[in-house]
Design a protein around this ligand. Structure first.
Ligand code: SAH
Ligand code: SF4
Length: 382
């Protein structure tokens, strides 16, 4: 079987070259051709020894993902739908801003966590993406953009693992992909500019700290376990106190001295002033010293059949004001690319659901529509 070179970090590629009887430094040359120059054709790699160039096509490929569609938003956001086989498709979004270009990458076809407010979660789960499939999204987008913008310079300056899927339920494939993003011979992104967003897979937060610490964003969405159990079902396995302990444990390894908490604003569900005050108590009081953090409020992006609506602007502003005045720096995320359904939580792709999550979600929707949950102070904190 031929290897896909997008599956390897530099260490892996060096081992592959050694197996071919080549010196390890050849791997650096090859790696730079692939990731820095976007080459897919071995014949074009002119400074590689000819013997190696001729050997490679028989044993390996550089396999891009087939593009099913590309949509360009009026605000410059670009969304790709990539075919990952067997009826599955994943989405990748490029968001240009004045001082940066951010790529939002998918880690799984679907997602098994099943958050109530997330379109991907409603679709169910098919499978993990491989390292090569995660990296192909970056490889494709970066080199497409360079050609498109006619620039030889780096276009993507930031990566956020905030597309489809729960990255920390796919750590084995994620970690080598992160290493390629950070590698000076690869994309050379700084650890601060690569963010993994998680719904709270507690043991894997520790693993990420050990294997490849990058900026961490945690999808909190609720100030109490009662409410979070309902919105983010993974909370029943890893409740808030354990999650916040894991955040504190991550900080010494993290490239930033704070954790970002994401909080999706759902009308009448988690957006009341009382929730904001409870959030302050939780985050500033945890473990007696609090968790150094910032909060990012995400206005809920609606999708069909969610049964939820976004909090009104004034409610979002008020919520943010309470947090800021209480001492936690809080920002409201700008919605980008909503004319092409590229905003947070709207990524749906196509998922061959192997877990029946989609039908279970539909049942839940009929049986128990989300109700505002009564706030109980200090619950489960003892
Ligand atoms: N699985 C990871 C990363 C992908 S989701 C996680 O949950 O963190 C990226 C972010 O988008 C998360 O903070 C998620 O909670 C948020 N999100 C999901 N659906 C959304 C929606 N419909 N509107 C706004 N934000 C949403
Ligand atoms: Fe999965 Fe994240 Fe969506 Fe939850 S919000 S279902 S963890 S992708």
């Amino acid at each position: 079987m031929t290897a896909n070179l997008l599956d390897f970090d530099l260490e892996g590629l060096a081992a592959f070259c050694e197996q071919l009887g080549e010196k390890r430094f050849r791997a650096v040359q090859l790696f730079r051709w692939i990731h820095q120059k976007g080459a897919a054709d071995f014949a074009a790699m002119t400074d590689l020894a000819r013997s190696l160039r001729e050997k490679l096509p028989a044993v390996c490929t550089i396999t891009d993902l087939p593009v099913l569609s590309r949509q360009d938003s009026a605000d410059g956001t670009i969304k790709w739908l990539f075919d990952v086989g067997d009826g599955n498709a994943v989405e990748t979004v490029f968001i240009p801003e004045d001082d940066r270009g951010t790529l939002c990458i998918s880690s799984q076809a679907g997602c098994a966590v099943g958050c109530r407010f997330c379109s991907t979660g409603h679709q169910g789960f098919s499978r993990n993406l491989s390292t090569g499939e995660i990296l192909a999204q970056l490889w494709h987008a970066e080199h497409f953009l360079r050609r498109h913008l006619k620039t030889g310079e780096r276009v993507i300056t930031n990566v956020v693992m905030m597309g489809m899927g729960e990255p920390l339920q796919n750590c084995g494939a994620l970690v080598p992909a992160l290493r390629v993003m950070l590698d000076d011979h690869g994309y050379g992104l700084s650890r601060r500019r690569v963010t993994v967003s998680t719904s709270g897979v507690v043991p894997m937060i520790e693993r990420l700290a050990a294997d490849c610490p990058v900026a961490l964003a945690v999808s909190l969405h609720a100030p109490s376990d009662a409410l979070r159990d309902d919105l983010v079902p993974l909370n029943r396995k890893y409740p808030i106190a354990e999650l916040l302990d894991a955040c504190l444990g991550y900080l010494p390894a993290a490239p930033r001295d704070f954790i970002t908490f994401e909080y999706c604003m759902l009308d009448g569900v988690n957006d009341q002033p009382e929730h904001a005050r409870q959030l302050l108590t939780l985050l500033q009081g945890h473990a007696g010293r609090g968790v150094p953090c910032k909060i990012n409020l995400i206005p809920f992006n609606p999708f069909p059949d969610s049964g939820l609506t976004c909090s009104p602007r004034a409610v979002v502003q008020r919520f943010g004001q309470i947090l800021n005045e209480g001492g936690i720096v809080t920002t409201v995320r700008k919605t980008r690319g909503d004319d092409i359904d590229a905003a947070c939580g709207q990524l749906a792709g196509d998922v061959l659901d192997r877990t029946n999550a989609a039908s279970r979600m539909a049942q839940r929707r009929h049986q128990a529509p989300t109700q505002p949950v009564r706030i109980v102070r200090k619950e489960r904190q003892a």
